[in-house]
Write a protein that binds this ligand. Structure first.
Ligand SMILES: [Fe+2]
Length: 406
């Protein structure tokens, strides 16, 4: 197999990303799509349902440096809700909030708080995916259908995943399908009067690396099997039991990825321990399984953290002892910046046989202690920061303690 087997998606091309850059950013690998039972090209968009989409859309512009590109709402004929489409590099977020008092989006917010409802994926053949998914017994939430407006036609369908989360599948090319609108039929182009502060780069992150799903105790393997059998995902790495335990809490995690590794889903379940784990806290406050964190890939995590902090984003603290630990320093070896620069910002570093990665985690971005973000800068490592799990979970436990949830 040659490198030509991975091609840039339209979103990546529009974002002026390059193949080599993406290989480094998100660990893209070549693979043969023709043998895949459920070929997935990459992420299409991540849909959030929130209590106030108007204000949340502002937050992702002002704090995350994203750009408003599309809109659907009462003015465009959608009387149920408002939806704002935001972009950063090849990432698309769709932020939705109910307008009609009877909108079902309000029920979702009442039960789960703000959260991710749809991890939408771009696929080359919607019908092929749905036929396969149905044959394995997956729940088809939306049958394949064409959506059309002046900009062209796309084909979409949706299947259910953990909790009330879904995967909408979007086909944007192929015989009879092409689309050049801002997002999907029903959305119009929209820009914002928001102006970035002086010195802030065009974007703070370029691509989506992974989305972690939290599932109930004892159900992780079921969902790993779902992604293996229904969606043809491969197992990437496995962290179980003691790998991810602090003195108090524990969790188990396995990672699945699509053929080209653009889409990576670590799946967590709580493990029995002395105190309530971060996964238990999530499941309690989200009222069930759901997306826990989204990892945003950046090629300059130091600058991104500085700008996001200046924009008011709060990150988890890392104690100085982390950076002074001789064992850690020996293991991580040489990285692209002095350790002191990482320490100043609380950025974690991990190394494996393939290289290293830098990462940091935000505090929850809504009222409930559920969804948060990770920033990740990969240098060869295709891992998820296994060496940092203990330090990270201890940091999360300090936060849980402060919230009275440990
Ligand atoms: Fe992560």
């Amino acid at each position: 197999m040659t490198d030509t087997d991975v091609r840039l998606t339209d979103q990546e091309r529009e974002a002026e990303l390059e193949l080599d850059q993406l290989k480094q950013l998100v660990g893209l690998v070549p693979y043969d799509e023709t043998t895949d039972v459920f070929p997935v090209t990459g992420w299409d968009a991540i849909h959030f349902v929130v209590g106030n989409a108007t204000q949340t859309a502002h937050f992702y512009q002002s704090a995350f440096g994203m750009e408003l590109i599309g809109y659907s709402g009462p003015e465009t004929g959608n009387r149920d809700h408002k939806a704002f489409v935001l972009k950063s590099g090849s990432i698309r977020f769709v932020i939705k909030g109910g307008v009609d008092p009877q909108s079902s989006l309000h029920d979702h917010v009442r039960r789960h708080g703000d959260g991710v409802v749809d991890i939408s994926l771009e696929v080359p053949d919607v019908d092929r995916c749905i036929t396969h998914a149905r044959s394995i017994g997956a729940t088809v939430l939306q049958e394949p259908q064409d959506l059309t407006d002046d900009h062209g036609t796309v084909r979409v369908a949706a299947i259910a995943t953990y909790g009330e989360t879904r995967h909408t599948l979007v086909q944007r090319s192929g015989d009879g399908w092409s689309y050049d609108g801002p997002y999907l039929p029903g959305f119009e182009a929209r820009t914002s009067s928001y102006v970035k502060r002086d010195g802030e780069p065009k974007r703070l992150f370029q691509a989506l690396d992974h989305i972690v799903g939290n599932v109930e105790l004892g159900r992780m393997d079921e969902w790993v099997a779902f992604y293996n059998k229904v969606m043809g995902f491969v197992n990437m790495a496995e962290f179980i039991g003691d790998d991810i335990a602090t003195d108090y809490s524990a969790l188990m995690s396995k990672v699945v990825a699509n053929g080209n590794h653009r889409v990576k889903f670590p799946l967590n379940e709580p493990a029995v321990a002395k105190k309530k784990s971060q996964i238990d806290e999530y499941l309690e406050f989200y009222q069930g399984p759901g997306a826990q964190h989204l990892a945003l890939a950046t090629n300059d995590i130091l600058s991104t953290v500085d700008h996001m902090r200046a924009n008011g984003i709060e990150f988890l603290d890392t104690p100085d002892s982390y950076y002074q630990d001789p064992e850690l320093r020996a293991r991580i070896g040489q990285v692209r910046v002095p350790i002191e620069e990482l320490q100043k910002r609380g950025i974690l570093v991990d190394r494996d046989e393939d290289g290293y990665l830098l990462q940091i985690f935000t505090r929850p971005v809504q009222d409930r202690p559920t969804v948060f973000f990770e920033l990740i800068e990969r240098h060869g490592s295709l891992g998820f920061g296994k060496g940092n799990f203990k330090a990270l979970f201890e940091a999360i436990e300090r936060e849980q303690e402060r919230r009275g949830n440990l």
